[in-house]
Write a protein that binds this ligand. Sequence first.
Ligand code: COA
Length: 160
Amino acid sequence: MAEKFEIKSLSEKDFLEILEMEKRIYPKALRQGQALLEDIKKGNGLEYSIIIPGIAYLIAVDKEDSTVYLEDIAVMPEAQRQGIGWKMAQKLIKKMQNKAKKQGKPALLSMHLREASQKLFKKHEEDLAKMDAKIIKEEFLQAYYKNGENAIYRIYKIIF
Ligand SMILES: CC(C)(COP(=O)(O)OP(=O)(O)OC[C@H]1O[C@@H](n2cnc3c(N)ncnc32)[C@H](O)[C@@H]1OP(=O)(O)O)[C@@H](O)C(=O)NCCC(=O)NCCS
């Protein structure tokens, strides 16, 4: 099913659509809204972020600690569990591998994972290992989100 969709790099023209999708995907307490768009602009986010218009998006930005931070990975409720989230994650990792190759050093991908995305990354543990994405740091954060949900903070080292 995911094969049918056009996975595009994000552009500023897509910003409104990101906010519309975010409203459908997240309850109010978890929405970032305008702050998400500011982070994209500040953090060179157009280089890494992805959109499947009307269906899904992935936002990743440069952080001051020299990691690329996976700010959000989100699929519309009716399109979840069809492999789209994983397709986008793979695309990000490939973009980072290309950049690592150009720079001649591994790239670091950091993230806070909620329950659903923890399961997504767990499901694809072997695929990640095959892509040379290795966990180098992991921390459990109790009630990290405003709705009380726990998070795992994780950093993957991505080798080219
Ligand atoms: C997390 C998310 C991006 C995954 O995208 P997806 O396209 O549904 O994921 P895939 O189809 O590639 O992979 C599916 C796997 O992800 C996990 N998963 C996806 N949605 C889940 C849910 N609602 N509850 C529990 N696990 C879930 C499962 O392991 C699932 O495998 P399974 O279907 O074999 O059980 C998507 O479910 C989503 O947008 N959720 C709401 C927003 C969110 O929590 N984003 C994470 C922010 S850190």
